[in-house]
Design a protein around this ligand. Sequence first.
Ligand code: HEM
Length: 435
Amino acid sequence: PPGPYGLPVIGYLLSAAGFSDGSEQQKFKQKYGDIASVQLGSDLQIWLNSADLIKEAFVNNASEFSHRPYSLFRQSFKFQDDIISIPFDDEWKKSKKFLATILKNCGFGSGSLDVKVLSETDALIFRLEKQQKVAGDEGISLDEPLRWIAANLICQIIHSNHYEEDDPELKQLLAMSKGLFTFDLTKTMLMEALPYWLARRIFRSDINEISNRPLGLRNFLRKKITEHEATRTPGEPRDFIDAYLDEKAGPNLNYTKLIDNCIMFLPDSLDTLPLAIEWLVLYVARFPHIQTILHKELDDIVGRAREPQLKDKAKLNYLEACMLETYRLANIFPGLIPHTVRRNVWLAGYTIPRGASIHGNTIAINLDPNVFPNPLEFRPERHLDANGNFKPSEHVIPFGVGPRSCPGQPLSNVEIFLVASKLFQKLQFNFPLNQ
Ligand code: HEM
């Protein structure tokens, strides 16, 4: 595929810094159309710059395009057969189906989850109001309170624990998972771009630091598993750990795999998901006319006397539109997680070489002025039809598409919708004075 020329050996590596703010990725679409390639050292990156082409690869040709490329960064964590890294084969299919089923039984997409989310949101509102009284005009940060509610929900699903605001165990868990998968983007690109032996030398101390990151979480989860083994009733799972133990009990039970798969749920649950809610609140607070429309819609459909429910979702068109617009403009998960092919494959008239890393260019797609006029404006109306009904966009794909897409999407959709509808039903958000 076409792409920028680079220098011998290092390719386009000197421009790696431009990837962190998305400016390079946007240029790929403008200059080369739906598909572009860029050589970063030894890493050949293919950028798919339209949602249609991403679907062509990850959905229509899923059997070829659903592998994960080798990544020194991910390998540094020393996870064992975790769901994100394992290749797309029969083993992966079995694991993903198994995880999806037990997650569903533990709350994802089931009625009991709504009750938990609503009661956690009550506690969140109480906490925000309390903090606001103390802070006055200074304003408060949403970051920690939103991570706290998200942690309570995922912990109930994984190991049935519910925490109060100041619980030291919760604080410890949040501290251990904060930034678990965060790393300087330019360094990550260099790590993946340099030949393996050289990258291992240059980044030795970073690799050691990364491999130590999950140790605290592993110990924490090991303790939870031991407690579960002592108290569980086989066949009556209370949560993810019980369900896993039920399914895999026996001499072949691999505790490290169980622990690592629990850890895989944490970064998106504790970082990505609260971030989406936080951006939504910030955009709505920034534009008072949008907040007024949102409050009116909630008053008309739900009223003040009862809780919002999942069945209201179909009627809360404006809220749905605000959520989608947030995914688009805030670019909640830029670039998806890279995929690869295991042999040379044709796509859009080009050969995609075996081992290339394949990226969904959601940054360029979300800001494409031909699809979203005035793309930098937060305009929920663009996702409504002439009758004011919510119109999902085929171009906004924050959870990815195809078999490798996010298994947390059902949980995220329920959680974000219920938390947001209740927050906007009960509260008015404004920016602090002079900010
Ligand atoms: C707003 C919230 C979230 C967003 C935007 C999001 C987005 C994504 C994206 C873009 C991918 C990669 C798709 C691809 O490779 O093409 C992904 C994968 C994944 N997500 Fe999420 N996610 C969210 C929440 C969650 C939650 C709450 C969980 C767990 C409880 C979760 C667990 C995972 C896992 C395990 C994978 C790897 C799947 C695989 O490799 O087969 N995500 N997510």
